[in-house]
Design a binder for this molecule. Structure first.
Ligand code: ADP
Ligand code: MG
Length: 240
């Protein structure tokens, strides 16, 4: 579903991604862990060309990404993204947020989009908040709306960049459980997170990034129980 080959990204003189290879199969859940500044967000952003890699190729669903505007719009319809900061439109209701993109880009009627939107809000447990404004929601609720909004475009892939890092601890679980459900339903997911419990339970594969490289990857068991690289051991050691 996703194939990244030798992805390199530099900002001015700073080489942030130093040649990353990663293949993600359909239905696979890949969790990326690693210290702050190791390039995790940049790598996710390269996958849907929010950042343009300086080198390398990214293939989505068999198609090599060409950075032309039309094909990027198509690409972003196929890849949903959820950020640490929820980025909801504050002047729109929850339902308004969810139906904005499908009405604009998928040429759905408002009624069609609303029906679909209500299904999605039910899925994330927020049907009763459809007419609220974002500032009346908790962080966990906002993030669940952000997930519903991304799903409204019917993406084939979902990218999550530290979706629970901005939340109070007691709100983390409700967001993770929505993500778990999504994984169970077979969504292809790449998740940057510090939630090691989630990684252990849900990931098919865990990637450890450091200094712009993939240092080590394996099953959750391999990475958490038997890491082989010193840097992985050190990083996991700090979390205990
Ligand atoms: P992580 O998500 O692992 O914390 P990032 O991908 O956000 O790491 O950042 C990796 C490095 O790239 C950091 O040194 C960061 O300062 C730098 N960086 C990220 N985005 C930009 C940007 N738009 N311009 C310049 N430097 C950036
Ligand atoms: Mg980051």
């Amino acid at each position: 579903m996703i194939s990244c080959k030798n992805v390199v990204k530099t900002f001015n003189d700073l080489e942030v991604l130093k040649g990353i290879d990663l293949d993600v199969a359909a239905g696979e859940v890949v969790v990326i862990i690693g210290p702050s500044g190791s390039g995790k967000s940049t790598f996710l952003r390269c996958m849907n060309y929010l950042e343009t890699p300086n080198n390398g190729t990214i293939t989505i669903n068999g198609k090599v990404i060409e950075p032309k505007e039309a094909s990027l719009n198509q690409l972003r319809q196929e890849i949903g993204m959820v950020f640490q900061q929820f980025n909801l439109f504050p002047h729109m209701t929850v339902m308004g947020n969810v139906i904005e993109a499908p009405v604009l880009l998928k040429k759905m009627t408002k009624d069609q989009a609303k029906a679909k939107g209500m299904e999605l809000l039910q899925k994330v447990g927020l049907a009763e908040k459809a007419n609220e404004y974002p500032n009346r929601l908790s962080g966990g609720q906002k993030q669940r709306v952000a997930i519903a909004r991304a799903l409204a475009m019917e993406p084939k892939i979902m990218l999550f960049d530290e979706p629970t890092s901005a939340l109070d601890p007691e709100l983390v679980g409700e967001v993770l459980s929505v993500m778990k459900q999504l994984a169970k339903e077979g969504m292809t997911m790449v998740v940057v997170t510090h939630e090691m419990g989630f990684a252990k339970e849900v990931a098919d594969r865990v990637i450890f990034m450091d200094g712009g490289y993939i240092v080590e990857e394996g099953t959750p068991e391999e990475i958490f129980e038997r890491p082989t690289h010193e840097r992985t051991k050190e990083f996991l050691g700090h979390l205990k």
